[in-house]
Write a protein that binds this ligand. Structure first.
Ligand code: PMV
Length: 360
């Protein structure tokens, strides 16, 4: 059967950083994000006897996959992986380990008890190698399309659990609007999934402006960066103790539409995560000079009465948290800065949906 899904990316207001179980992707802390309507991936998946090998095409590039004797499939050779890393836009370059797409499809095949080969075509509207939010939309779309195509009728909670195992933050993209990924307590991960705090309609004025500052490929992916932080950052345990308060404030702020409280706490939470990264051995510094320039501009604009905040993920791009009424002024100011290569304005978007328009 063939199925197609459309998934939006999400940007965290309370960041997830660190896994207590790397295989199942179980986090040390819960996190909160907004699903963004401006950044999406559409993926069509078909399992069928007519394919004699797995075919995976991401943003017009075919992954070169060869059958492997071991349990998880591998790429033809390391050179191909390197080429993919440097040439592919979002999905594969951001999946951290290219085996993940294949490993994830294998997981879905096993869950459904099927053996057919698969064809996957995935397209996202992300700017090339932008180092954006995460692989969230890519893995959420592939999970929903593949589960449906494999004949598994999963509800949103089950899809979220499955997507989580492909890429942690993908579990949040299953839901629209404002979303919390509950860290869960159980060893098997059955209570670590996302839930909706509020639908997109709840706070239609809320905006995240994504600025693309650098398209250079980052050196440390989030998977390796998190592991390194948990192992070597002397502040990690103390950081964890502060996250619950951030969660409470932002959850409550979203429900009360208290912009100052959500924006200021999200900015603080982001700075705390970057403080961890910077104090990891060896140091992980995702910021570039352009990043800091935008940050300083934002602080200045705010002092001048334009209320906006920033958040930054595992890359150099700055995302500005603001309200709809201030978007025109912020766009004008951002466009005047030479470091800003592109601006994408995101509203609260819907969760992952199955659609009828197949890509093949
Ligand atoms: O799920 P991953 O591996 O893409 O990691 C996401 C990490 C951050 O974007 C920095 C934080 C988050 O919660 O999205």
């Amino acid at each position: 059967m063939k199925a197609t899904a459309r998934a939006n990316a999400n940007i965290a207001l309370v960041k997830y950083w660190g896994k207590r179980n790397k295989k199942l992707i179980l986090p040390y802390n819960s996190s909160i994000s907004m699903t963004c309507d401006g950044l999406f991936t559409i993926t069509t998946v078909e399992f069928s006897d007519k394919y004699n090998r797995d075919i995976i095409v991401i943003n017009d590039e075919e992954l070169k996959v060869e059958e492997d004797k071991s349990s998880s499939p591998t790429f033809a050779d390391a050179r191909v992986v390197d080429e993919l890393r440097s040439s592919l836009p979002f999905a594969v370059a951001r999946v951290k380990d290219e085996k993940d797409v294949l490993g994830h499809l294998e997981r879905i095949r096993q869950t459904a008890g099927i053996k057919e080969k698969v064809k996957v075509v995935s397209q996202s509207n992300f700017p090339v190698a932008a180092g954006l939010a995460s692989s969230a939309s890519g893995l959420a779309a592939i999970t929903a399309a593949a589960a449906k195509a494999a004949g598994s009728n999963l509800d949103q909670k089950e899809l979220s659990i499955l997507a989580r195992q492909g890429s942690g933050s993908a579990c949040r993209s299953i839901f629209g609007g404002f979303v919390e990924w509950l860290r869960g307590e159980k060893e098997d991960g059955s209570d670590s999934y996302a839930v909706q705090i509020a639908p997109p309609e709840h706070w239609l004025e809320f905006r995240l402006i994504v600025t693309i500052l650098s398209e250079e490929k980052k050196k440390v992916g989030s998977r390796a960066g998190m592991a390194q932080t948990v192992e070597t950052c002397p502040y990690y345990e103390n950081w964890l103790k502060t996250v619950n308060q951030d969660l409470e404030i932002i959850r409550k702020g979203i429900l009360n539409k208290d912009f100052t409280s959500v924006g200021s706490r999200a900015e603080h939470n982001c700075l705390k995560m970057h403080a961890l990264m910077i104090t990891t051995s060896p140091a992980i510094i995702y910021w570039r000079p352009e990043t800091l320039k935008i940050v300083q501009n934002i602080l200045g604009w705010r002092e001048g009465g334009l209320e906006c905040y920033f958040t930054i993920d595992a890359g150099p791009q700055v995302k500005i948290i603001c309200l709809e009424k201030d978007v025109p002024e912020l766009k004008k100011r951002l466009q005047a800065l030479k470091d800003v290569k592109k601006i994408i304005v995101c509203r609260p978007g819907e969760g992952t949906k199955l659609i009828d328009e197949h890509l093949f």
